[in-house]
Write a new protein. Structure first.
Length: 282
Protein backbone atom coordinates (compact mmCIF):
# COMPACT_ATOMS: atom_id res chain seq x y z
CA UNK A 1 0.00 0.00 0.00
CA UNK A 2 1.42 3.36 -0.98
CA UNK A 3 2.43 5.54 1.94
CA UNK A 4 1.77 9.28 2.18
CA UNK A 5 3.92 11.55 0.00
CA UNK A 6 7.13 12.60 1.72
CA UNK A 7 7.68 16.32 2.16
CA UNK A 8 10.47 17.85 0.13
CA UNK A 9 13.00 19.21 2.59
CA UNK A 10 15.55 21.71 1.30
CA UNK A 11 18.33 22.53 3.72
CA UNK A 12 20.23 25.78 3.82
CA UNK A 13 23.45 24.21 2.58
CA UNK A 14 21.68 23.16 -0.60
CA UNK A 15 19.96 26.47 -1.18
CA UNK A 16 21.84 29.33 0.53
CA UNK A 17 19.96 32.57 1.01
CA UNK A 18 20.43 34.65 -2.16
CA UNK A 19 22.40 37.84 -1.61
CA UNK A 20 22.59 39.11 -5.17
CA UNK A 21 21.40 38.35 -8.69
CA UNK A 22 24.04 35.69 -9.28
CA UNK A 23 23.12 33.84 -6.10
CA UNK A 24 19.45 33.94 -7.03
CA UNK A 25 20.28 32.41 -10.40
CA UNK A 26 22.36 29.69 -8.77
CA UNK A 27 19.58 28.93 -6.29
CA UNK A 28 17.01 28.70 -9.06
CA UNK A 29 19.22 26.26 -10.95
CA UNK A 30 19.68 24.19 -7.80
CA UNK A 31 15.92 24.07 -7.35
CA UNK A 32 15.49 22.80 -10.91
CA UNK A 33 18.15 20.12 -10.46
CA UNK A 34 16.61 19.05 -7.15
CA UNK A 35 13.19 18.87 -8.77
CA UNK A 36 14.51 16.73 -11.62
CA UNK A 37 16.40 14.28 -9.41
CA UNK A 38 14.05 13.89 -6.44
CA UNK A 39 12.36 10.48 -6.45
CA UNK A 40 8.80 10.74 -5.13
CA UNK A 41 5.94 8.23 -4.88
CA UNK A 42 4.27 7.53 -8.21
CA UNK A 43 5.62 8.05 -11.73
CA UNK A 44 8.71 10.26 -11.80
CA UNK A 45 7.52 12.25 -14.83
CA UNK A 46 4.52 13.69 -13.00
CA UNK A 47 5.16 17.34 -13.90
CA UNK A 48 5.36 19.10 -17.29
CA UNK A 49 9.05 19.90 -16.80
CA UNK A 50 9.95 16.29 -16.10
CA UNK A 51 7.74 14.94 -18.88
CA UNK A 52 9.36 17.33 -21.35
CA UNK A 53 12.81 16.19 -20.27
CA UNK A 54 11.82 12.55 -20.70
CA UNK A 55 10.51 13.18 -24.21
CA UNK A 56 13.62 15.11 -25.26
CA UNK A 57 16.07 12.57 -23.86
CA UNK A 58 14.10 9.68 -25.36
CA UNK A 59 14.12 11.24 -28.83
CA UNK A 60 17.86 11.98 -28.66
CA UNK A 61 18.71 8.52 -27.30
CA UNK A 62 16.76 6.60 -29.93
CA UNK A 63 18.15 8.79 -32.71
CA UNK A 64 21.70 8.22 -31.48
CA UNK A 65 21.19 4.46 -31.25
CA UNK A 66 19.93 4.36 -34.83
CA UNK A 67 22.67 6.69 -36.13
CA UNK A 68 25.50 4.54 -34.80
CA UNK A 69 23.75 1.33 -35.94
CA UNK A 70 23.22 0.09 -32.44
CA UNK A 71 19.59 -0.60 -33.36
CA UNK A 72 17.60 -0.96 -36.56
CA UNK A 73 14.60 1.23 -37.36
CA UNK A 74 12.26 -1.10 -35.48
CA UNK A 75 14.82 -1.32 -32.70
CA UNK A 76 14.93 2.46 -32.41
CA UNK A 77 11.14 2.58 -32.04
CA UNK A 78 11.11 -0.20 -29.47
CA UNK A 79 14.04 1.40 -27.67
CA UNK A 80 12.25 4.74 -27.56
CA UNK A 81 9.19 3.14 -25.99
CA UNK A 82 11.33 1.33 -23.41
CA UNK A 83 13.40 4.44 -22.66
CA UNK A 84 10.31 6.58 -22.21
CA UNK A 85 8.66 4.05 -19.91
CA UNK A 86 11.76 3.51 -17.75
CA UNK A 87 12.67 7.20 -17.49
CA UNK A 88 9.09 8.35 -16.87
CA UNK A 89 8.45 5.65 -14.28
CA UNK A 90 11.70 5.62 -12.29
CA UNK A 91 13.59 8.79 -13.21
CA UNK A 92 17.14 9.68 -14.28
CA UNK A 93 18.69 6.70 -12.51
CA UNK A 94 16.74 4.32 -14.72
CA UNK A 95 17.91 6.16 -17.82
CA UNK A 96 21.51 6.08 -16.56
CA UNK A 97 21.24 2.30 -16.18
CA UNK A 98 19.75 1.99 -19.66
CA UNK A 99 22.49 4.19 -21.13
CA UNK A 100 25.17 2.13 -19.37
CA UNK A 101 23.60 -1.06 -20.73
CA UNK A 102 23.53 0.34 -24.26
CA UNK A 103 27.14 1.58 -24.20
CA UNK A 104 28.55 -1.62 -22.68
CA UNK A 105 26.70 -3.93 -25.06
CA UNK A 106 27.40 -1.74 -28.11
CA UNK A 107 31.14 -1.83 -27.39
CA UNK A 108 31.09 -5.58 -26.72
CA UNK A 109 29.21 -6.23 -29.95
CA UNK A 110 31.89 -4.45 -31.95
CA UNK A 111 34.77 -6.09 -30.15
CA UNK A 112 36.53 -8.51 -32.50
CA UNK A 113 33.91 -7.93 -35.19
CA UNK A 114 36.13 -9.16 -38.03
CA UNK A 115 36.60 -12.49 -36.27
CA UNK A 116 32.88 -12.78 -35.55
CA UNK A 117 32.13 -12.19 -39.22
CA UNK A 118 34.40 -15.09 -40.13
CA UNK A 119 32.64 -17.29 -37.58
CA UNK A 120 29.23 -16.17 -38.83
CA UNK A 121 28.18 -15.00 -35.35
CA UNK A 122 28.39 -11.22 -35.83
CA UNK A 123 25.30 -9.13 -35.20
CA UNK A 124 23.53 -7.79 -38.28
CA UNK A 125 25.01 -4.53 -39.54
CA UNK A 126 21.81 -2.55 -39.01
CA UNK A 127 21.80 -3.31 -35.27
CA UNK A 128 19.34 -4.96 -32.92
CA UNK A 129 15.75 -5.31 -34.08
CA UNK A 130 12.62 -4.28 -32.22
CA UNK A 131 11.99 -7.86 -31.12
CA UNK A 132 15.51 -8.15 -29.70
CA UNK A 133 15.18 -4.84 -27.84
CA UNK A 134 11.85 -5.79 -26.30
CA UNK A 135 13.15 -9.24 -25.36
CA UNK A 136 16.00 -7.64 -23.43
CA UNK A 137 14.12 -4.69 -21.92
CA UNK A 138 10.54 -5.92 -21.55
CA UNK A 139 10.97 -7.27 -18.03
CA UNK A 140 12.74 -4.12 -16.82
CA UNK A 141 9.99 -1.94 -18.27
CA UNK A 142 7.30 -4.01 -16.56
CA UNK A 143 9.12 -3.72 -13.23
CA UNK A 144 9.54 0.03 -13.67
CA UNK A 145 5.82 0.46 -14.33
CA UNK A 146 4.99 -1.71 -11.33
CA UNK A 147 7.20 0.51 -9.17
CA UNK A 148 5.49 3.65 -10.46
CA UNK A 149 2.06 2.25 -9.68
CA UNK A 150 2.86 0.71 -6.28
CA UNK A 151 5.86 2.65 -4.94
CA UNK A 152 7.41 -0.63 -3.74
CA UNK A 153 11.17 -0.36 -4.05
CA UNK A 154 11.57 -4.09 -4.55
CA UNK A 155 10.44 -3.46 -8.13
CA UNK A 156 13.39 -1.08 -8.58
CA UNK A 157 15.71 -3.90 -7.53
CA UNK A 158 13.94 -6.26 -9.93
CA UNK A 159 14.25 -3.68 -12.71
CA UNK A 160 17.98 -3.20 -12.18
CA UNK A 161 18.55 -6.96 -11.95
CA UNK A 162 16.80 -7.42 -15.30
CA UNK A 163 18.96 -4.71 -16.88
CA UNK A 164 22.08 -6.23 -15.30
CA UNK A 165 21.18 -9.61 -16.79
CA UNK A 166 20.70 -8.11 -20.25
CA UNK A 167 24.16 -6.54 -20.03
CA UNK A 168 25.77 -9.66 -18.57
CA UNK A 169 24.33 -12.01 -21.18
CA UNK A 170 25.25 -9.85 -24.18
CA UNK A 171 28.74 -8.98 -22.94
CA UNK A 172 29.59 -12.57 -22.01
CA UNK A 173 28.50 -13.87 -25.40
CA UNK A 174 30.21 -11.16 -27.45
CA UNK A 175 33.49 -11.20 -25.51
CA UNK A 176 33.59 -14.99 -25.54
CA UNK A 177 33.21 -15.06 -29.32
CA UNK A 178 35.84 -12.34 -29.73
CA UNK A 179 38.58 -14.03 -27.72
CA UNK A 180 37.84 -17.76 -27.58
CA UNK A 181 38.07 -20.39 -30.28
CA UNK A 182 36.02 -22.90 -28.34
CA UNK A 183 33.41 -22.88 -25.59
CA UNK A 184 32.11 -25.48 -23.16
CA UNK A 185 28.48 -26.55 -23.20
CA UNK A 186 27.18 -25.54 -19.78
CA UNK A 187 25.21 -28.77 -19.30
CA UNK A 188 27.91 -31.32 -20.19
CA UNK A 189 31.13 -29.26 -20.53
CA UNK A 190 31.53 -30.70 -24.00
CA UNK A 191 33.80 -28.62 -26.25
CA UNK A 192 31.77 -26.69 -28.85
CA UNK A 193 32.57 -23.83 -31.24
CA UNK A 194 32.39 -20.35 -29.73
CA UNK A 195 28.95 -18.86 -30.28
CA UNK A 196 27.12 -22.18 -29.84
CA UNK A 197 23.83 -21.90 -27.94
CA UNK A 198 24.52 -22.89 -24.34
CA UNK A 199 28.27 -22.55 -24.70
CA UNK A 200 30.26 -20.63 -22.10
CA UNK A 201 33.86 -19.42 -21.90
CA UNK A 202 35.90 -18.27 -18.92
CA UNK A 203 36.74 -14.89 -20.44
CA UNK A 204 33.16 -14.35 -21.52
CA UNK A 205 31.76 -15.27 -18.11
CA UNK A 206 34.16 -12.90 -16.35
CA UNK A 207 33.21 -10.14 -18.77
CA UNK A 208 29.54 -10.88 -18.07
CA UNK A 209 30.14 -10.46 -14.35
CA UNK A 210 31.73 -7.09 -15.11
CA UNK A 211 28.79 -6.03 -17.28
CA UNK A 212 26.27 -6.83 -14.55
CA UNK A 213 28.40 -5.02 -11.99
CA UNK A 214 28.68 -1.88 -14.14
CA UNK A 215 24.94 -1.56 -14.70
CA UNK A 216 24.23 -2.20 -11.01
CA UNK A 217 26.88 0.35 -10.03
CA UNK A 218 25.28 2.95 -12.30
CA UNK A 219 21.98 2.39 -10.46
CA UNK A 220 23.67 2.77 -7.08
CA UNK A 221 25.64 5.89 -8.04
CA UNK A 222 22.50 7.66 -9.25
CA UNK A 223 20.60 6.80 -6.08
CA UNK A 224 18.14 4.53 -7.86
CA UNK A 225 19.36 1.55 -5.86
CA UNK A 226 20.58 1.53 -2.24
CA UNK A 227 24.27 0.65 -2.13
CA UNK A 228 23.52 -2.33 0.12
CA UNK A 229 21.42 -3.81 -2.71
CA UNK A 230 24.12 -3.43 -5.36
CA UNK A 231 25.49 -6.94 -4.87
CA UNK A 232 22.02 -8.46 -5.18
CA UNK A 233 21.38 -6.74 -8.50
CA UNK A 234 24.75 -7.82 -9.91
CA UNK A 235 24.50 -11.39 -8.55
CA UNK A 236 21.00 -11.90 -9.92
CA UNK A 237 22.12 -10.52 -13.26
CA UNK A 238 24.91 -13.11 -13.41
CA UNK A 239 22.58 -15.91 -12.31
CA UNK A 240 20.17 -14.86 -15.04
CA UNK A 241 23.03 -15.03 -17.53
CA UNK A 242 23.77 -18.61 -16.47
CA UNK A 243 20.06 -19.45 -16.73
CA UNK A 244 20.20 -18.09 -20.28
CA UNK A 245 23.04 -20.49 -21.09
CA UNK A 246 21.18 -23.45 -19.61
CA UNK A 247 18.05 -22.62 -21.61
CA UNK A 248 20.18 -22.17 -24.70
CA UNK A 249 21.63 -25.65 -24.25
CA UNK A 250 18.36 -27.36 -23.35
CA UNK A 251 15.71 -25.55 -25.36
CA UNK A 252 17.23 -23.29 -28.01
CA UNK A 253 19.50 -25.98 -29.46
CA UNK A 254 16.44 -28.23 -29.83
CA UNK A 255 14.41 -25.50 -31.49
CA UNK A 256 11.88 -25.31 -28.65
CA UNK A 257 12.60 -21.64 -27.95
CA UNK A 258 14.17 -18.93 -30.06
CA UNK A 259 16.86 -16.54 -28.83
CA UNK A 260 14.42 -13.70 -28.08
CA UNK A 261 12.28 -15.96 -25.89
CA UNK A 262 15.35 -17.19 -24.02
CA UNK A 263 16.55 -13.62 -23.46
CA UNK A 264 13.18 -12.48 -22.15
CA UNK A 265 12.82 -15.42 -19.78
CA UNK A 266 16.36 -14.90 -18.49
CA UNK A 267 15.68 -11.28 -17.55
CA UNK A 268 12.49 -12.43 -15.81
CA UNK A 269 14.51 -15.04 -13.90
CA UNK A 270 16.96 -12.35 -12.76
CA UNK A 271 14.11 -10.10 -11.64
CA UNK A 272 12.38 -12.92 -9.75
CA UNK A 273 15.62 -13.97 -8.07
CA UNK A 274 16.23 -10.40 -6.90
CA UNK A 275 12.87 -10.37 -5.10
CA UNK A 276 13.76 -13.70 -3.50
CA UNK A 277 17.16 -12.37 -2.44
CA UNK A 278 15.55 -9.30 -0.93
CA UNK A 279 13.29 -11.52 1.17
CA UNK A 280 16.30 -13.53 2.34
CA UNK A 281 18.62 -10.55 2.90
CA UNK A 282 16.36 -7.58 3.77
Amino acid sequence: MRGPPQPLVVTSWILPYPTDGEDRGDSAMQLIVLHLTHLEPGPWAATPLRLGLVCAVTAAFSALGYAIRGVSRSGAIAGALACFALFAAAGPGAFAALLCLFVVTWLATRLGRARKLRLGTAEHGEGRTGAQVLANLGTAVACGLLYASSNQRLFLLAMTAALAEAASDTVSSEVGQAFSEHARLITTFEAVPAGTDGGITLVGTMAGVGGAALVSLACALTGLLPVRWLWMSAACGVLGMLADSYMGAWFERRGWLNNDAVNFISTAVAAALSVMFLRLFP
